[in-house]
Ligand binder design. Structure first.
Ligand SMILES: Nc1ncnc2c1ncn2[C@@H]1O[C@H](COP(=O)(O)OP(=O)(O)O)[C@@H](O)[C@H]1O
Ligand SMILES: [Mg+2]
Length: 330
């Protein structure tokens, strides 16, 4: 491009030079000379435009190859060829881990090692452990973000690998620390979970999540726009909107992965009531950094370096005076 520009800048100089030489100056009038240079400079723009098109073409091809490279990626968790139907209405929601080990691709150690856990339908399992002990990995295997390296994860006795992703998505709901609000109205965001929900359904869900009063005070109510990351709402309010979304979805199995850890104590207390309402009648796997939320679980599993260290209820684990007891005493 620079070379072309230099050449184009030099051309008028060359024309003047040639026109001024004794050999040619006799045959050329001033008028011809001026007309010639003017024409030459007006052909400059379209020519540069053509050259730019070439450059854009090359850039676009590079982008296209990245886009198609992405589309061609192999699916990590393939759809089963003969899915077993388990519609939400028929599911009880029993979750079982049978000798499950999992290692992240490229990692040298297991993120979960030989874990067997049974979560009866409708009960609550609490996972406790240091950061990096494998709690989120456990939750990821239930929602089948990954497939286990060994062993199997079942829901109502059916391997999650045999469930269609649509059935599994209807069965399992996740509330994590990271909540996403898409750019749109509050109603749009809630209807992501259930497109056919009526306004009344939306308000009921907001009420369960204890955020209906906040939305009611907004001038545009349900039609208030929320920004790209929902920055008009505080962290706690965003969490509650995410909970309202999960209420609408009405999953049989609920995964709460440190759903309240980003919040301060007061906000968490407010949210806790919303979560308690959500948990009723569902199989719940709760990962919490604060043990207050864990106390009442039917079953507590303490993970340590990818393995189960202790399991029991709050009472039995405190009596055993192990890791859980020392965490609880803190
Ligand atoms: N996507 C990933 N790729 C590789 N290793 C990972 C990935 N996610 C987590 N890990 C590793 O797996 C282990 C368990 O992580 P995680 O389940 O997130 O722990 P927790 O939720 O208990 O803090 C950690 O050692 C972590 O570094
Ligand atoms: Mg985690």
């Amino acid at each position: 491009m620079a070379t072309m520009q230099i050449i184009f800048a030099l051309i008028p100089a060359a024309i003047y030079l040639v026109a001024g030489l004794p050999a040619t100056s006799g045959g050329m009038t001033i008028g011809t000379l001026v007309a010639f240079t003017a024409l030459q400079s007006s052909i400059f723009r379209p020519l540069m435009g053509l050259l730019n098109t070439g450059a854009q073409w090359v850039t676009s091809m590079a982008l296209f190859s990245r886009i198609f490279g992405y589309l061609d990626l192999e699916v990590d968790v393939p759809e089963p060829t003969h899915p077993v139907a388990l519609p939400r209405e028929q599911a009880r929601g029993e979750v079982r881990f049978e000798d499950v080990s999992f290692r992240y691709p490229g990692s040298h150690t297991d993120a979960l090692h030989d874990v067997s856990v049974e979560v009866p339908a409708g009960s609550t399992l609490a996972l406790v452990g240091e950061t990096g002990s494998g709690k989120s990995t456990f939750a990821a295997l239930v929602s089948r973000l990954y497939d286990p390296t060994a062993g199997r994860v079942t829901i109502d006795g059916i391997d999650v690998r045999d469930l269609s992703s649509a059935d599994l998505a209807a069965l399992v709901g996740v509330v994590s620390q990271e909540t996403y609000l898409v750019h749109g109205t509050i109603a749009d965001n809630l209807r992501l979970a259930r497109p056919d929900a009526s306004d009344i359904d939306l308000w009921q869900a907001l009420e369960v999540a204890q955020i209906d009063d906040v939305v009611a005070t907004l001038p545009e109510g349900l039609h208030t726009l929320v920004g790209a990351r929902g920055y008009r709402f505080s962290g706690g309010e965003q969490q509650r909107l995410a909970i309202a979304r999960t209420v609408l979805r009405n999953p049989r199995i609920l995964l709460l992965d440190e759903a309240t850890s980003a919040l301060d104590n007061d906000t968490e207390r407010g949210l806790q009531a919303a979560l308690d309402a959500l948990v009723v009648g569902r199989t719940t796997i709760v990962i919490a950094h604060r043990l207050s939320t864990v106390r009442d679980a039917d079953q507590i599993v303490v993970l340590d370096h990818a393995e189960i260290l202790e399991r029991g209820t709050h009472a039995t684990l405190v009596a055993a005076a192990g890791r859980y007891a020392s965490l609880a005493a803190r």
